[in-house]
Design a protein around this ligand. Structure first.
Ligand SMILES: Nc1nc2c(ncn2[C@@H]2O[C@H](COP(=O)(O)OP(=O)(O)OP(=O)(O)O)[C@@H](O)[C@H]2O)c(=O)[nH]1
Ligand SMILES: [Mg+2]
Length: 613
């Protein structure tokens, strides 16, 4: 029912409308969408521990050592690989934090891939063509999970929720480790149900088969951590001969790449892609409609109406400052509470652990007691307390959300009323603006942003998500952010606090083990163990607290941004627009554009509705 051909044809009609409308910004968006429609893209991201062989795997796929792999932690930043059929040789770029793209030399590229500078967002390598006919693939190599915490922020927030396929690489020799477990739990929090997750067991000795015990163990652990059953691939190790110069390591994983190709071209995935591209088209049509309505409104309105709108929008825009204040106050309060919350948590954990070790007759030995506390009770209690803290944060943020929503609703209603009564020429513009902006930014962007903390939404949430953020995504078409960035801020924020806290306790537990190691005298071991626990908890508290504070600051910033976008949409829609010469002719053209646009939107609504049934 919704075919690629239909999508293309519709795109041509939209382009024709855009040409007649002559709005530069919308025309540029149209060009961007045309690219997407003509060359659909698939996002595949490689994740895993340092030295599990992610980079080598990509080199293997490309059949050449194009990226730097080495035994030490190597990849220091996200590297994006794309193909461009018009290229004759590879091309290397840097994407800067402020979203500019710069061509750089191959040497510089290699240097930066290992030692990124602070202004680098990611690197981009373009190749003439991917092997295995993997067209439209965007492949992301990432730093090892344990190497760079900051890089992983980006990976988790922007890349995981937006990828079509995640390829998780575990080295056969190293096996599935605690870090893998933690990372997977983290991933699970931000993963969309539509994202495919495959496991690669890498560097497998040539005589090992799929039924090998170690392989099955790795798969089992991964499935347990993710609560999903997994497709897995074995990649044979590349033999290095002890004599002679080392050969490039180019693992052959033909069945993995073949599987990806089939998966990405599968009818379900194609259907999902068509669906979200159709949504983007609808978003663009809504923007065209709005622009046409704006032109007509300014042409029809008399001076009194224009004055009324100017004063109405002025009052309305003042709400942004009010909202900023509310956000600021809430986050100040949370920041203020956080140390106290972690303090209480630490005290409660310490009391419970103390009680446990004091039940001396329960333990056959002090070793057993130390082991149990370290491996079991301490992580468990930390998780429980962390949950209590994140739940508190959640409640406060929901309260803020409700307050802002009601403030905005009142302000919009008031403005709408003024327009209806004092500037009726602007009413159609106001209606379509409310529908577009309020639905997309408030309806989905914000409410969902706050409501989805429970994890991934229902079936197809990924696609729906992409669609409801069409406006924002289109607005970001020039690469301000990762091109399919969605508001997953809160989910990843809470996941991060959880992960920071768990990571901190594993780190602290090492201190604790070292402390416990010296506990010898039979009569005093409980007291000494108690002190070791206290030290470990203090360490946990410091790290978990500072990690959470960082997340909170990021979320606050994210909120300001979100509302700024919202108000910008209104500001631009009501910014004075002068109708040029030959007013009559122009007026007729725009009116025609409007009619046609509305018709297309209605048809699209029907199509999209059908898809839901
Ligand atoms: N002998 C052999 N060495 C391999 C194989 N795969 C990877 N290696 C080596 O293992 C080391 C780590 O591989 P990388 O590809 O850099 O691992 P990575 O996952 O990208 O590591 P980070 O970028 O640090 O996260 C390198 O020295 C590779 O040459 C293999 O199949 N056989
Ligand atoms: Mg690497």
């Amino acid at each position: 029912m919704r075919t690629q051909t239909e999508l293309q044809q519709r795109m041509e009609q939209i382009e024709e409308l855009l040409e007649r409308l002559g709005n530069d910004k919308l025309t540029a968006l149209g060009r961007f969408l045309r690219e997407r429609v003509s060359y659909p893209e698939h996002f595949v991201i490689l994740l895993g521990e340092t030295s599990s062989g992610k980079t080598s795997l990509i080199n293997g796929m490309l059949g050449q050592e194009r990226l730097t792999a080495s035994a030490r932690p190597t990849t220091g930043t996200v590297i994006e690989l794309m193909d461009d059929l018009e290229l004759e040789a590879e091309a290397t770029f840097r994407v800067n934090e402020e979203a500019t793209l710069e061509s750089i030399s191959r040497d510089r590229f290699h240097e930066l891939s290992m030692h990124p500078d602070s202004n680098l967002a990611r690197l981009r390598l373009m190749v003439p063509q991917f092997p295995h006919e993997l067209k439209g693939l965007r492949l992301f190599d990432t730093p090892g999970y344990d190497s760079l915490a900051n890089e992983h922020e980006e990976v988790l927030k922007d890349f995981i929720p937006n990828s079509d396929v995640i390829v998780y690489v575990v080295s056969y020799r190293v096996g599935f480790k605690e870090n893998d477990h933690q990372f997977m739990q983290y991933i699970q929090n931000v993963l969309q149900p539509t994202t495919e997750f495959v496991l690669v067991v890498n560097r497998v000795p040539s005589d090992v088969e799929r039924s090998d015990r170690r392989i099955l163990e790795i798969v089992q652990h991964a499935e347990d951590s993710l609560h999903r059953s997994l497709q897995y691939f074995l990649v044979p190790t590349v033999q290095q001969s002890p004599q002679g110069p080392p050969k490039p390591v180019l693992p052959v994983a033909a069945d993995l790449w073949e599987y990806l190709k089939i998966n990405l071209l599968s009818p379900q995935r194609q259907e999902a892609l068509l669906h979200s591209l159709t949504h983007y088209q609808k978003d663009l049509l809504s923007l065209i409609q709005q622009e046409a309505e704006k032109t007509l409104a300014f042409a029809k309105a008399n001076q009194a109406e224009k004055d009324a709108v100017a004063s109405g929008i002025h009052t309305f825009l003042e709400q942004e400052e009010q909202i900023r204040m509310k956000i600021k106050m809430t986050f100040a309060k949370l920041n203020d509470q956080l140390p106290r919350l972690f303090n209480t948590a630490t005290e409660r954990i310490a009391i419970k652990l103390q009680a446990q070790i004091e039940e001396a007759n329960k333990w056959t030995s002090q070793d057993e007691c130390a082991q149990f506390v370290q491996a079991h009770s301490m992580p468990l209690l930390v998780r429980q307390e962390t949950k209590t803290i994140t739940e508190y944060l959640m409640r406060e943020l929901e309260r803020l959300d409700a307050e802002i929503e009601s403030l905005l609703n009142t302000a919009v209603e008031k403005f709408e009323y003024e327009v209806r009564v004092e500037a009726p020429s602007f009413e159609p513009l106001m209606i379509s603006l409310t529908r577009n902006v309020a639905k997309d930014v408030i309806g989905a962007g914000l409410v969902q942003f706050f409501a989805q903390y429970g994890g991934a939404g229902g079936a197809g949430a990924g696609v729906a998500n992409a669609a409801s953020h069409g406006l924002k995504v289109l607005g970001d078409a020039f690469g301000h952010t990762f091109s399919r960035s969605t508001h997953n801020g809160l989910t990843s924020f809470l996941a991060k606090i959880g992960a920071t806290s768990t990571r901190a306790i594993s780190a602290a537990a090492i201190v604790f083990v070292e402390g416990a190691f010296f506990v010898y005298e039979a009569l005093t071991w409980q007291g000494k163990l108690g002190k070791a626990i206290d030290r470990a908890l203090v360490e946990w508290q410091q790290n978990a607290l500072s990690g959470s504070q960082e997340s909170l600051t990021e979320l606050e910033e994210h909120n300001y941004q979100n509302f700024h976008e919202y108000f910008t949409a209104y500001r631009e829609a009501f910014a004075v627009s002068e109708v040029e010469e030959e007013e009559e002719v122009r007026f007729a053209i725009v009116q025609q554009i409007l009619l046609q646009t509305q018709k297309m939107i209605d048809e699209l609504d029907e199509t999209l509705q059908e898809a839901l049934v």
